[in-house]
Design a binder for this molecule. Structure first.
Ligand code: KIV
Length: 262
């Protein structure tokens, strides 16, 4: 089993092999996702919305991210675990960003961190990478800037996106997530970079693809974005099982002798 590292991901891009990525937030799902053969497991701050029930990712804290990253890392043997830097853990100063990035590796067992932004965070990426911490950038629709963007909107400024992509690569990012970008622009960015692009709502021509686990499994019963394909309906399955338990206890059909001690 080859452990996924920045070197492996660079080789996959060079050889035209698609990179697969998913989010995970806890031990049992991290283990299942890792066993599926996924290359990157992102402990995304999307947990604010799909696990905590918040309206955005903004309330998520460093302590929560460290906790979730640690329990995910415990379940992973092969994939690269990336810790997502939450809102205001890297924006206030470069030194605060380096310190917080270091916590993901030192306290939580991540192998890399992700942060949102292009040109505006290039200096921060450079400093974190200089500390020996691999950084994944994230450009296009960046959910932590939801108020600045005026909502979760597809980003279409081609020149700015190309510039952001180039600047994060030059700053030392090992990969970049392209979110909510027209597929033709994502294709151009992917062709112009040496580092792998990982798309979400960015079409089929990125070097890899990421989805939020709860969208893919049908565990998220809230708004599911157009780009998220549901591969299962686990919320329906869970509801049916829970309803059956309640019914069987009320009807005295559970527990039976089979589930009891002599
Ligand atoms: O937080 C997250 O899950 C993400 C992915 C959607 C890329 O940033």
């Amino acid at each position: 089993m080859e452990k996924i590292t920045v070197t492996v991901l660079a080789r996959m891009k060079a050889e035209g092999q698609k990179i697969t990525a998913l989010t995970a937030y806890d031990f049992p799902f991290a283990r299942m996702v890792d066993e599926s053969g996924v290359d990157i497991i992102l402990v995304g701050d999307s947990l604010g919305m799909v696990v905590q029930g918040e309206a955005s990712t903004l309330p998520v804290t460093m302590e929560q991210m460290i906790y979730h990253t640690r329990i995910v890392a415990r379940g992973v043997k092969r994939a690269m675990v990336v810790g997502d830097m939450p809102f205001m853990s890297y924006q206030a100063s470069v030194s605060q960003a380096v310190e917080n990035a270091g916590r993901f590796l030192k306290e939580a067992g991540a192998a890399a961190v992700k942060l949102e932004g292009g040109v505006s965070v290039a200096r921060t990426i450079e400093a974190i990478a200089a500390a020996g911490i691999p950084v994944q950038a994230h450009i296009g629709l960046t959910p932590q800037s939801v108020h600045q963007m005026g909502g979760y909107k597809v980003q279409r400024q081609e020149d700015k996106l190309l510039d952001d992509a180039k600047k994060v690569q030059d700053a030392g990012a090992f990969s970049v997530v392209l979110e909510g970008i027209p597929f033709a622009i994502a294709k151009k960015i992917t062709a112009s970079l040496a580092i792998p692009t990982i798309g979400i709502g960015a079409g089929a021509d990125c070097d890899g693809q990421i989805l939020v686990l709860h969208d893919l499994l049908g565990l998220n019963e809230g708004h599911v974005p157009k780009f998220a394909k549901r591969y299962a309906q686990l919320a329906q399955t869970a509801r049916a099982a829970l309803g059956q338990f309640v019914g069987e206890v009320r009807e005295k059909a559970f527990p039976t002798k089979e589930h009891s001690f002599k």
